[in-house]
Design a protein around this ligand. Structure first.
Ligand code: ZN
Length: 447
């Protein structure tokens, strides 16, 4: 019996090296990585033209929207953007309408994703009001909880550390991680009130209302709760030098904490705000050059665990408004992350092994996504093929996402995802989506 597919004439990133080889896929799994002559006969053969095959990206910070926010993005457009960007598994955030915060709302999102997604999708849940429901949410399949320290999303009073500790104690029994948006709500509110009182409505006022101290304070508060509960906390989008320092204090104390940074916090700084205006409004905001430097230093020293896009699509009308307080924070990132990172690889600012560790291997480990995150025999055939030498300009008008704008629009990049395979199926080919809605799978917590 021939196997399903053989990919040949490839450079394959496996076990920390790039090897010139081919790859045999059967029933969605990698059966063999070997010289082409040593691969079994296959029903289909595909020439990768000497390009590099990497494990598909696992983007752990994605807002796929849909339901009442489908005008911003839906499971099809969002996962098409993922496929175009080499992402084979997107982890969906819970700040939807309705908020994902119980087994019913989770089940409904899973049902829609199963009909519409073209890559795999896993789900975060916000905390329910009744913490007794934590178990049923995980049993329904949520792979992690998301806690916003910056505002109330879900059932918890985020100003009340005792209540948060209760929640963490519930989750630790089930051994799922909690991802935290670390900005202290009270600090944000006080600062914003000050700015509004002064009649400020400009983007610099927004940045001032989201100071690095808000990040530090939230990280310190949560660190105390980690110490008491033992829960694994993953800090989302760490953005400042002091925030990173607070995180590293927790990490160096041996606590079960990990962190992520985004491409926009690595490649843009507050200096870009004037040029791009509210389009570049993200939360946490773009920081000073010294902060960017600190993030890069942390990255090079191997202290950052994950790179994630924080793909947060809105309509252009929601972005370009008079008062910054009305603007929606967030930018699309699924289609720019990999090209931007490959450009960093080409410029020797990032090693390809770091890229794979940060965007595939570590995400799979942290969220217990078995059989994923690396290319090896027996693993899932979730693959992105990249042309490392292709130079082009980012053109947001061609995004698959409904959010067709980007602060990176017009940036010259080098390195392009040219094919994406999910579960052994070709989903994206030269920028085109070739899979039908519903071919992506929902990935559930496996215990
Ligand atoms: Zn987010």
């Amino acid at each position: 019996m021939p196997v399903d597919t053989v990919l040949y004439n490839a450079k394959i990133y496996t076990r920390g090296m790039i090897v010139e080889a081919g790859l045999a896929i059967d029933e969605g799994r990698i059966l063999k990585i070997a010289k082409e002559t040593n691969l079994p006969p296959a029903s289909a053969k595909m020439d990768l033209k000497g390009n590099i095959a990497l494990p598909g990206l696992i983007d752990i910070h994605v807002h796929l929207r849909d339901q009442q926010l489908a005008y911003k993005e839906d499971f099809f457009s969002g996962t098409a953007a993922a496929a175009a960007g080499g992402v084979t598994l997107a982890m969906d955030m819970p700040n939807n309408i309705p908020v994902t915060m119980d087994s019913k709302s989770l089940r409904e999102r899973m049902r829609l994703a199963e009909k519409r997604a073209v890559v795999d999708v896993a789900f975060y849940s916000a905390f329910p009001k009744n913490l007794g429901e934590v178990r049923s949410i995980i049993e329904e399949g949520a792979v992690a909880f998301k806690l916003y320290m910056s505002e109330k999303i879900g059932g918890l009073n985020v100003d009340n550390d005792e209540m948060l500790l209760h929640a963490f104690n519930k989750v630790v029994e089930m051994r799922v991680p909690v991802a935290v948006h670390a900005e202290d709500r009270e600090t944000l509110e006080n600062m914003r009130r000050k700015m509004e009182k002064a009649g400020r409505r400009d983007i610099e006022a927004y940045v001032k209302a989201h100071p690095p101290e808000a990040e530090t304070k939230a990280i310190r508060r949560v660190t105390q709760l980690v110490k008491k509960s033992g829960v694994h906390v993953h800090f989302c989008h760490v953005s400042s030098a002091v925030g990173l320092k607070a995180f590293l204090t927790a990490k160096n104390a041996g606590l079960p904490v990990t962190c992520e940074v985004t491409p926009h916090h690595l490649l843009l700084s507050s200096g870009h705000l004037k040029r791009y205006g509210t389009l570049t409004l993200v939360d946490p905001p773009l920081r000073a050059k010294e902060d960017v430097k600190a993030l890069w230093k942390g990255l090079r020293q191997g202290l950052i665990d994950v790179l994630a896009s924080d793909h947060a699509p809105h309509t252009i009308e929601e972005k370009e408004v008079e008062s910054v307080w009305d603007a929606k924070p967030g930018i699309p990132g699924l289609e720019t992350t990999l090209p931007l990172l490959l450009t960093q690889v080409n410029e020797d600012r990032l090693r390809i092994s770091d890229l794979v560790r940060l965007a595939s291997e570590k995400p799979a480990q942290i969220f217990n996504l078995r059989g994923r995150g690396s290319l090896d025999e027996g693993k899932r055939a979730d693959i992105v093929v990249v042309d490392i030498n292709q130079e082009y300009k980012i053109d947001s008008s061609r995004f698959h996402s409904k959010a067709r704008y980007s602060p990176f629009d017009g940036w010259r990049v080098k390195g392009k995802p040219v094919k994406t395979f999910v579960d052994g199926r070709l989903v994206m080919d030269e920028g085109e989506i070739v899979a039908k809605p519903g071919t992506g799978q929902v990935v559930r917590w496996e215990g």
